[in-house]
Design a protein around this ligand. Structure first.
Ligand SMILES: [Ca+2]
Ligand SMILES: [Ca+2]
Ligand SMILES: [Ca+2]
Length: 220
């Protein structure tokens, strides 16, 4: 018995995962609208130590499933991980998931891409019974991933599910002068997160750059 992830990778198109994720994020935006605790850039910077600590604890999980210890999770290792979570997916869906998370195309999922993978699983799987231990593990992390979504939504001023230059400038201008140049939240940081350099930071790119942003090295 495992959670169904049927809804996550039904289409063979990788793009459909982006679509599903976008939909889910829009749904969270609707439900949370106006209730976010995050009102200022400062309130986000204050979360960094928590993110740093919580995400670092995932390192152990990552190493456990990187069976050959080469620093990345290959397709067979991903399968082992999904089995552990009792997510039984058809080959094709595992392949789609793998390619979606292997953002740099290295044919392996490194630690920063593992964060993308976990967040994806968290957001797109049914919140079924979190009674078995592997899922309880993931449920504990749910709060962290929900908060990451909140941070993303804070920056996504126009609500189109992507961060662009305009969103960034607006965010930085809205904050009070004292906060105007916090060390880690700058336009440059967002340019860095724009992996494919198309001027927009998707949620996937945001996650991909996230550990670096909060100060964890991929190889740490
Ligand atoms: Ca490996
Ligand atoms: Ca990779
Ligand atoms: Ca981009």
């Amino acid at each position: 018995m495992g959670a169904t992830m049927c809804c996550i990778t039904k289409s063979s198109e990788r793009k459909s995962l982006d679509g599903k994720l976008g939909k889910k994020i829009a749904e969270i935006r609707r439900n949370k609208f106006g209730q976010s605790r995050l009102k200022t850039v400062d309130s986000i910077v204050m979360l960094f130590p928590m993110f740093h600590e919580r995400l670092k604890t995932l390192r152990g999980m990552f190493e456990q499933f990187d069976e050959d210890s080469n620093g990345s999770i290959e397709p067979n290792e991903l399968k082992g991980f999904l089995d552990h979570l009792e997510l039984h997916l058809p080959e094709q869906e595992i392949e789609n998931l793998f390619h979606y998370c292997d953002i740099d195309g290295s044919k392996g999922i490194q630690f920063n891409e593992f964060i993308v993978l976990l967040c994806l699983i968290h957001l797109l799987t049914e919140p079924l019974s979190y009674d078995t231990s592997p899922k309880a593990e993931l449920a504990k992390l749910g709060e962290v991933f929900n908060t990451i979504v909140e941070v993303f939504l804070f920056f996504d001023k126009n609500g189109d599910g992507k961060l662009n230059q305009k969103d960034m400038i607006r965010t930085l201008n809205e904050t009070n002068p004292r906060e105007r140049s916090p060390a880690r939240i700058t336009k440059d940081r967002f340019r860095e997160m724009d992996w494919d350099k198309n001027g927009q930071v998707t949620f996937r790119e945001f996650l991909f750059g996230f550990i670096n942003w909060v100060g964890i090295d991929v190889d740490e």
